[in-house]
Each structure stands twice: as structure tokens, then as C-alpha cells.
Design a protein around this ligand. Structure first.
Ligand code: SAM
Length: 278
């Protein structure tokens, strides 16, 4: 191969299509990361046309993820985490947040994006207690039956199960994410905790900004992003006892400090919560 071909092969990992946007790379672009292509940044610009503060969807989501993991590690004593849709390595990853509090905690990341799998093998599998598995998170049986998941997670003891910023990317029947969650929750041992965050329509199908962002996401090169109502999001937690303050805006889930300026319209379009399986 000539030098140019070698260089091209080096910059684009095997299995990656730089002409199509990917969920993980678009999210990385929203978080101002480096692991994204022009086609991913174009999705960001499209959604910014619907709402200039669009990046707040990702920053509020990630802030919730970090605070939730900190809480779970510090207060539940659980030492095993199954993180569906890990995303690209970023500033503070789940294993870093929980292992800072409990160095014994183990994390199994699951993703199916080739760039996440390539970068994640290098950066997420930082120590013996962190592992990255390639599987379809919308197929619970595939995840729960995966050899590496069974080997690393002890399903006879409580675990933390994360679906952060993932279920709104399911493209199919509107009720399916609730069914997917029911299957996961059924398989969890009693005393396990489940954390979910999701695009949110704060006005029960009447939020103009949620509808505009959804249209941009769905018609973009990425092709997914469903904003659900409070009632729809509550169904995802079916069978769980909600931890205070229940399902809420990510921005309002135990924020780090008092609020001195009002939430903008985008911060009102991402919600989450934590539930405990009785
Ligand atoms: N959980 C992280 C967070 O909240 O910061 C990352 C969220 S990112 C928006 C969603 C991740 O889910 C991406 O890394 C994407 O590759 C992954 N993902 C989407 N659909 C998936 C599927 N069917 N199977 C496995 N991973 C998937």
C-alpha cells in the first residue's frame, strides 16, 4: 500500500464509516470532544438550528450520570456496574467515578459502536476491574447472556444497571423501550439499582422545542432521538421504588449547588432518575 492508503487506514478504524454520523460520535461532538467527524458535527449544527443551547442535552445528561454514579458508589455499597451504551471515553468515565469511592468496584461497559470499541479497549479497560463488551443493548437476552457479562457480574448479588442517554435512540415501536427495560429489570437481583436518563418532552407532546429537536435528530444523518413524556418515562422504571426525588430533570437531580439562573428550554428536555428493585 502507498503511504496515503496507510495513513488513511490508520486514521479511520476498521468498521467505521466516516460518511455516516454515529450516535457515540455525535454525543462526543455535543460534549466538545475530539473523537468525531465532520458528518457528526453537522448533526450538532442542525439541532442547534432548532435550539441554540442544544449541547445542554449532553452536558446535563453527563452531569446527571456522574452525580448518580457518585451517589450509587457512596451510598449503596454495590460494587458491580453494568453500563449499557458507555459512549466514547470522556473526562470522567463511570469506572473512574465509582472506583474513586470504592477501588474494588467492577464495571462492565456495553456498546456496539466500532469507534467506542476501539478507543474503549485502550481507555475504558484501564484496570482489571473494567471491561468492555460488544453487544446490542436493545436485545436484553444478548447482553444478559453474554459470556463476559456472566463472567464479570454476579447475578446473585445486587448490581447497578445504567441506561444513560440510550433508550431514546431505539428506532422501532414506541412502547418497545419499556418492554426492553422490563426484561432487564426482571433479570436483576433484588436490591439492585437502575439509573436511566432520556430525552424528555416537558409538555406532554406539546413542547415546540422538544418536537423541533426530535425532527432534526430523526431526519439527520444519525437518524434517531425520541422525546418521551413523563408518563412514558415512568413506564421505563416499572417495578422499581424510586429514589428521592424520583423522575426529574437531569439538572434538578441533586445538583451540585444552588441555582442562580433559570433553566433554559433545552435543560428542560432531558430527564432521569434512579430506582431500586425491591
Ligand atoms: N451513557 C453515556 C452517557 O450517558 O454519557 C453515553 C451516551 S451516548 C448518547 C449513547 C451510546 O449508546 C453510544 O455510545 C452508542 O454507541 C450506544 N448505543 C446506541 N445504540 C446501541 C445499541 N443498539 N447497542 C449498543 N450500544 C448502543
Amino acid at each position: 500500500a502507498d503511504n496515503a492508503t496507510v495513513a488513511a487506514k490508520r486514521t479511520v478504524p476498521v468498521g467505521v464509516d466516516p460518511t455516516r454520523a454515529s450516535i457515540a460520535r455525535v454525543y462526543d461532538a455535543f460534549l466538545n470532544g475530539k473523537d468525531n467527524y465532520e458528518v457528526d458535527r453537522e448533526v450538532l449544527r442542525q439541532v442547534q438550528k432548532a435550539a441554540p443551547e442544544a449541547v445542554d442535552l449532553a452536558t446535563e445528561n453527563r452531569g446527571f450520570l456522574i452525580r448518580a454514579c457518585r451517589f450509587l458508589a457512596a451510598q449503596t455499597g454495590i460494587d458491580q456496574y453494568l453500563d449499557c451504551g458507555s459512549g466514547l471515553p470522556t473526562a470522567e468515565n463511570v469506572h473512574q467515578v465509582v472506583q474513586r469511592i470504592n477501588p474494588q468496584a467492577g464495571v462492565v461497559y456495553v456498546d456496539n459502536d466500532p469507534v467506542v470499541l476501539a478507543h474503549g479497549r485502550a481507555l475504558l479497560e484501564e484496570n482489571e476491574s473494567t471491561h468492555l463488551v460488544s453487544a446490542d443493548i436493545f436485545a436484553p437476552r444478548e447482553v444478559l447472556g453474554h459470556g463476559e457479562v456472566r463472567a464479570r457480574i454476579d447475578f446473585s448479588r445486587p448490581l447497578v444497571f445504567l441506561q444513560m442517554g440510550t433508550l431514546h435512540h431505539y428506532n422501532g415501536p414506541r412502547e418497545q423501550p419499556a418492554r426492553i427495560m422490563r426484561e432487564y429489570i426482571d433479570a436483576l437481583p433484588s436490591g439492585s439499582y437502575v439509573a436511566i436518563s432520556h430525552f424528555f418532552d416537558p409538555q406532554n407532546e406539546y413542547s415546540p422545542v422538544a418536537r423541533k429537536m426530535e425532527e432534526m435528530f430523526v431526519h439527520s444523518m444519525m437518524g434517531s432521538g425520541t422525546f418521551r413524556t413523563r408518563a412514558e418515562l415512568e413506564e421505563l422504571f416499572d417495578g422499581l421504588e424510586m429514589v428521592d426525588p424520583g423522575l426529574t430533570l437531569c439538572a434538578d437531580w441533586w445538583p451540585d449547588g444552588p441555582r442562580i439562573k433559570p433553566l433554559n428550554q433545552v435543560q428542560r428536555c432531558i430527564a432521569g432518575g434512579i430506582g431500586r428493585k425491591p
